[in-house]
Design a protein around this ligand. Structure first.
Ligand code: NI
Length: 177
């Protein structure tokens, strides 16, 4: 089932999401939420989706942890339940990010280049990953959703918030710097 995505202004996007009891992960209801979120992300074509974005204020998100190398390759999608994120370096990088809760905007967001993420998988097993660059960025973006934080809050200047329709022009200027 395709779920409705909460758009900027919906209070659920600003809540701190609730922990999920580990014994709940394997319930039909929670597995259905995961399946519906996977279907919704596939439909929308994003690289990540957090439960608060589908009006479920729970600590769970989906994230692409490897970008497709060829266009036909399936992205590697992981389910993260009750994640904690620890930086692995002080090095940061600023990249333009979109968000399915306000697809009309792109925001230049500085983020840590590497993180360790500890979490439970969709099978309720504890897991840990060290992620860098694109994957590290996606999980930091999605983790922020669990804390009620949006890319807009991470912009260093309001000049770093632009319309998606103009992003090619913006990138040209930005790359020329
Ligand atoms: Ni987002």
């Amino acid at each position: 089932m395709i779920l409705k995505i909460a758009q900027l202004g919906q209070p659920v996007l600003r809540l701190v999401a609730q922990e999920i009891p580990v014994e709940e992960i394997l319930t039909d209801e929670f597995q259905a939420l995961i399946d519906n979120m996977l279907e919704t992300l596939d439909e929308e074509g994003g690289v990540g989706l957090a439960a608060p974005q589908v009006f479920a204020s729970r600590r769970m998100f989906l994230a692409e942890i490897a970008p497709p190398e060829e266009e036909d390759d399936e992205a590697l999608l992981e389910v993260f339940v009750n994640p904690t994120v620890v930086p692995l370096t002080e090095e940061t990088e600023a990249v333009w990010e979109g968000c399915l809760s306000f697809p009309e905007l792109q925001v230049l967001v500085p983020r840590c280049k590497g993180v360790r993420i500890d979490y439970h998988g969709a099978d309720a097993q504890p897991r840990s990953l060290e992620l860098w660059d694109f994957a590290a960025r996606v999980v930091q973006h999605e983790y922020d959703h669990l804390e009620g934080i949006l890319t807009l809050d991470r912009a260093e200047s309001t000049r770093d918030i632009v319309k998606t329709s103009e992003i090619d022009e913006v990138r040209k200027l930005y790359d020329a710097k």
